[in-house]
Design a protein around this ligand. Sequence first.
Ligand code: KIV
Length: 271
Amino acid sequence: MRITINQIKEMKPKGEKISMLTAYDYSTARIVDEAEIPLILVGDSLGMVVLGYESTIPVTMEEMLHHTKAVVRGTRRALIIGDMPFMTYHISTADALKNAARFIQEAGAQAVKLEGGVNVAKKVQRIVECGIPVMGHIGLTPQSIHQLGGFKIQGKTPEAAARLLEDALALEKAGAFAIVLETVPAPLAALITQKVSIPTIGIGAGIGCDGQVQVINDILGSFTDFVPKHAKQYARLVDIMSSAIAEYHNEVKSGKFPTEAQSFNIDEKVL
Ligand code: KIV
């Protein structure tokens, strides 16, 4: 039985911290699920860390569905959240509903995430009314990177801080079950966390949030084009992978690989 949004919401009043990670493929999702991480986000960050785009903006619905299906197949316990890509919920409420439904119906996710606060609240409300759980995402919203003028800390002026609080309250009122706060000063994220009844999940938003989310490639050190300040590398997979690949390459060239152990035999008579 998978984790439900009610179980996630109940963790906030109990003071139980919520951990969430991204995953984009079957085998990684299995490992994350077996580690009992309750929330797995198939983030549109896959555009950068898996597909090699410069930002999340080129990511399409088809790409998101393809990866979400793989993550769903690799998991049994975690609640899987599909990240709605750029311009799949902006043009109309009908579009937002149709695309949110594809994550649930075609890919097998249990929830969707979309970026924005007051500006998307009506669409969030309609999606929730249709029975699809929604996670909000405010602060640094990478799909609006050109409008924001870069990867900058959000909510630093009194007006911007007040707007973030309004965004969080609007998402709560619209029925979102949780809100990602990205790159927000820690004391502001802690204040927003106190003011809303639903869990806040921080990324670069300090310890005062109800939970934390990270891009898995950042914490495993397998994506090194850039390492965000908010990410802690718990491993350096890039080093382990590089040395294993170099060893394989050398053994093939020198004739050390394969050995008997990796080969198959045939009866002499047949030969
Ligand atoms: O796309 C993503 O991975 C995200 C998280 C960083 C919250 O939106």
